[in-house]
Design a protein around this ligand. Structure first.
Ligand code: SF4
Length: 330
């Protein structure tokens, strides 16, 4: 349960605020003026806040939809992302959010309608082009869905734009809002995955890999298109065996027509983020590995990256065609 909920007074009567108020009547509700007063404060203790984060309900005023950084998207003409939330219920050790924000509290922007308005403007601007909109860049798309109800709103909106794709990126198994409705041909439910052994030590608080695979299979069986995201790739002494077994477990028995795409990407951190993540998790073997730094980016280095890329590509080619496999490079 979330103990404290801060809410901007200007959205105190918004339907999403009302919905959350009904779901969490016993939390302490504290009015505030603007979310930045709390969220952007310097010198907050991210690790301590992560143990018991507060929820901040806010209104977003600008920058609803942004182009994805180069190297992130698949093969659409244009790729955009939007973030109805900052921060995540889970606590993955490599998560870039811990280096991005000074606070671990959750911010939920309740004015979903303004996101959809901006998305429809982009669709009109790029009429006739193939577009993909990614949700889950600054949060997990579904992890908070029981409270936020966002997925249902997003699906209702994208149902009216069948030529435009929506990707819901997640590690969550909160898939009820999807199972309860007819699958959308233009929605990809993209699961982030690592081999079980790696996820156990790094994807703290996230559902284990078996549960994620079950959710994938349930969604595919009911007609939802699936994306598989192996990003970041984690290097261990037995990584080849671990990744091969994981692919076999997921892809054997998965209806190929339900597989939209597979992407994978190397582990990379801007130097400042790497330092912050390493200081938050000094016990993690990941941060004891002799990483390389090139132009302010910390990574395993070219040799390991190429070895992992070549192996993954050839393994994944056993299960699906080349045009469904993408390498992300950010
Ligand atoms: S699920 Fe994604 S957003 Fe959430 S903590 Fe893990 S890496 Fe970060």
């Amino acid at each position: 349960m979330i103990e404290t909920i801060f809410f901007e007074e200007q959205i105190s009567n918004h339907p999403t605020t009302e919905r959350i108020r009904k779901a969490l009547p016993r939390s302490t509700w504290v009015p505030i003026e603007r979310y930045q007063e709390l969220f952007n404060k310097r010198h907050q203790n991210f690790k301590l806040q992560k143990k018991n984060p507060a929820l901040i309900l806010a209104k977003k005023h600008e920058n609803f939809v942004l182009p994805v950084p180069s190297g992130f998207g698949m093969d659409s003409h244009k790729n955009f992302y939007f973030s109805h939330m900052y921060n995540c219920l889970y606590d993955c050790k490599y998560c870039f959010l811990q280096g991005l924000y000074s606070s671990a509290n959750f911010v939920l922007f309740v004015n979903y309608e303004d996101f959809f308005h901006s998305i429809s403007e982009k669709i009109a601007e790029y009429k006739g082009k193939s577009l993909t909109f990614f949700s889950g860049y600054d949060c997990d798309s579904l992890a908070f869905d029981k409270l936020s109800g966002f997925a249902d709103h997003a699906l209702t909106f994208f149902e009216t734009f069948p030529n435009v794709e929506l990707e819901l990126r997640t590690k969550s198994i909160a898939i009820n809002s999807l199972l309860q409705r007819k699958p959308l041909d233009n929605c990809i439910v993209a699961f982030s995955l690592s081999p079980s052994e790696i996820a156990k030590s790094m994807d703290s608080k996230a559902p284990n890999i078996n549960r994620r695979i079950n959710a994938i299979k349930q969604l595919a069986e009911t007609g939802w298109k699936i994306g598989l995201r192996f990003d970041p790739l984690i290097y261990t002494s037995n990584w080849k065996n671990l990744y091969s077994s994981l692919f076999e477990e997921i892809l054997n028995g998965l209806n190929p027509s339900m597989l939209h795409s597979i992407s994978y990407g190397p582990l990379r951190f801007p130097k400042k983020m790497y330092k912050k993540a390493a200081s938050l998790h000094p016990e993690q073997k990941l941060f004891a590995f002799p990483m390389e730094e090139t132009k302010g980016i910390v990574s395993y280095g070219k040799k390991i990256e190429t070895e992992m890329h070549d192996f993954l590509k050839s393994e994944l080619n056993k299960y699906t065609s080349e045009n469904k496999i993408f390498q992300c490079t950010i």
